[in-house]
Design a protein. Structure first.
Length: 214
């Protein structure tokens, strides 16, 4: 990692750590329970959080702690997803811990429903940013295949960055037609979970999630 990369990582760590510290305070928690699948995102997220909060404030949940051994995996559920759900369950059960998911912005946009964890420390870092800072990137198979169809993760992220951050409606036109159509479909499929993280029917004058924030 170059000096420029180290300086950039420190700037990112300051933002990520400050937000995480406030999230802990808001929820009365003392540590982060980071879902850790062994990928570069989890490694980077742990490093960023520990740099500001301290190593003791970050618990990496690398397995389900035996949760998966007492449950029956339904047909059609991949071992990788089953392992993640086991980690998720263990993270939620850790006393005083705030669960966090290390998915990148690319995966959060194209991976369907948002993870239920309340903290997404890498949620504003593109997969290509993770690769630059962490030496690699990971994603569900379908997102990796989409990146390949788009001409690589840099090409995919460039189009997404221009569309989302640059508000360029024609940004996806730079992608091959097949990849462009799938990106649009995946963005649409996950839109509801990004806009409406909690859905509560409004029956009274002030409704939880809609206008009740105290």
């Amino acid at each position: 990692m170059t000096e420029m990369d180290r300086a950039r990582e420190m700037r990112v760590a300051e933002v990520v750590g400050a937000v995480a510290r406030q999230a802990l305070a808001d929820r009365g928690r003392t540590r982060i329970a980071l879902l850790d699948d062994g990928g570069p995102e989890a490694e980077l997220a742990a490093r960023l959080l520990a740099a500001v909060l301290g190593v003791d404030a970050v618990e990496r949940v690398a397995d389900g702690g035996g949760v998966e051994s007492v449950l029956h995996r339904p047909a059609g559920i991949s071992p990788a997803r089953w392992a993640e759900e086991a980690r998720r369950t263990r993270a939620r059960l850790l006393d005083g811990a705030l669960p966090a998911h290390p998915a990148s912005k690319t995966v959060l946009l194209l991976g369907g429903e948002l993870p239920p964890e309340p903290l997404l420390p890498l949620g504003d870092l593109w997969a290509s940013d993770v690769a630059a800072l962490g030496g690699g990137w990971s994603a569900p198979d379908e997102v990796r295949a989409l990146a390949e169809a788009a001409g690589g993760i840099d090409a995919l992220d460039a189009a997404l960055r221009a569309l989302i951050d640059g508000r360029d409606a024609a940004a996806l036109d730079a992608l091959p037609a097949e990849a462009r159509d799938e990106v649009r479909g995946r963005l649409a499929a996950g839109r509801a979970s990004r806009i409406f993280p909690r859905v509560v029917p409004k029956l009274g004058s002030r409704t939880l999630g809609a206008d009740l924030f105290e």
